[in-house]
Ligand binder design. Structure first.
Ligand code: ADP
Length: 322
């Protein structure tokens, strides 16, 4: 990767504690009308960590990000970002922050390079500094050969990479990403993940929201599952799976799966849950269950280890949230 993209962290920010803790949130609260959208959240992000905020729609993830960025005023609690109190000194903190919003808000009238230039000016970067930095950012985004193309001609994945590159224009220490890969195909997602890993490898700190459990499992050192404005659990993906769910899952499909589950499935597993036509059986030892299913040719099944999605669904329920 191009060395010009990443400057070694400055040692003289003058904010005690900044070196280690990038973001400290205590008792954060926000209501809209009578609805408490963020209901007393605590969060600590250490330097070089990738932290994931997961939760169903309406859980309060985006509001939490907006509060941390100083874009929404809290009703209570405290936020310290890169040593600065937010919202009081949000402007100072944002100098060292990168933001990738949920939807790309690139300027459609400009080229890829011009979009980076305009954003750099917003941060007050000198022309010389931008000349040095923009080629490296375009290379990071895999867009060196599209630098002078209009945004309208770029694919969804390219736009997302450009938005990420744009968020890096000020060489931020802490990067916020709101659903970084929603709407992308698998190839484009993998490329974004690779880039995010590079950034973490350089010591950047990342706070991301996502609906993709595999994304969280792959990228995040730690994550929290939020619902109804509260953090229900937090820990490493592995810890959460080990603590909150039986280790084995057998998914059963086919005619009569429900009737089979209510009679045999519940006897042979610790817990059965049904969604539509599928029954999920959770157990420590699935051998008896698998032997039984061998005798049921009308049923199809899939045996797999439990994962973060199982934890998520157990803790937040299987009901649709719109
Ligand atoms: P998530 O990002 O987890 O989907 P949000 O933080 O966007 O959740 O929203 C949480 C809740 O707060 C939702 O019910 C949403 O409708 C409500 N909400 C968010 N922003 C506003 C606002 N500006 N005014 C009123 N309600 C809002």
């Amino acid at each position: 990767m191009n060395a010009a993209l990443h400057n070694p962290p400055a040692s003289s920010h003058g904010n005690p504690g900044y070196a280690d803790i990038c973001l400290e949130v205590r008792g954060l609260r926000k209501s809209y009308g009578s609805q408490e959208v963020v209901a007393g959240i605590d969060l600590t992000l250490r330097r070089g960590e990738c932290f994931g905020l997961l939760g169903p729609n309406g859980a309060g993830k985006t509001t939490t990000l907006r509060l941390c960025l100083g874009l929404t005023d809290p009703d209570g609690g405290s936020i310290t970002m890169l040593g600065h109190p937010v919202p009081l000194a949000a402007r100072e903190a944002r100098v060292r922050i990168g933001v990738v919003p949920q939807t790309d808000n690139l300027d459609p009238d400009f080229t890829a390079r011009e979009n980076l230039l305009v954003y750099g000016r917003y941060f007050g970067l000198s022309v010389a500094r931008m000349r040095e930095r923009i080629p490296a950012l375009l290379e990071f985004a895999g867009l060196s050969n599209r630098a002078d193309d209009n945004i309208k001609s770029l694919s969804g994945g390219m736009k997302r990479r450009l938005t990420l590159a744009r968020a890096l224009i000020n060489d931020p220490d802490l990067i916020f990403l709101d659903e970084p890969t929603t709407g992308l195909d698998p190839q484009a997602r993998h490329l974004i993940w690779e880039r995010l890993r590079q950034l973490v490898g350089q010591g950047k700190t990342i706070l991301l929201t996502t609906h993709f459990m595999d994304e969280a499992e792959r990228l995040c050192h730690r994550l929290a599952i939020m619902d109804h404005g509260r953090m229900i659990v937090d820990g490493s993906p592995r810890e959460l799976v080990a603590t909150h769910i039986e280790p084995q899952v057998v998914e059963v499909y086919g005619d009569g799966a429900e009737a089979w589950a209510s009679e045999r499935g519940t006897q042979l597993s610790e817990r059965c849950e049904q969604t539509g036509e599928t029954v999920f059986c959770y157990a420590h030892d699935v051998e008896p269950l698998l032997q039984e299913l061998e005798q049921q040719p009308q049923l199809r099944y899939l045996h797999r280890p439990a994962n973060l999605e199982d934890v998520f669904l157990r803790l937040t329920g299987r009901d649709l949230r719109d």
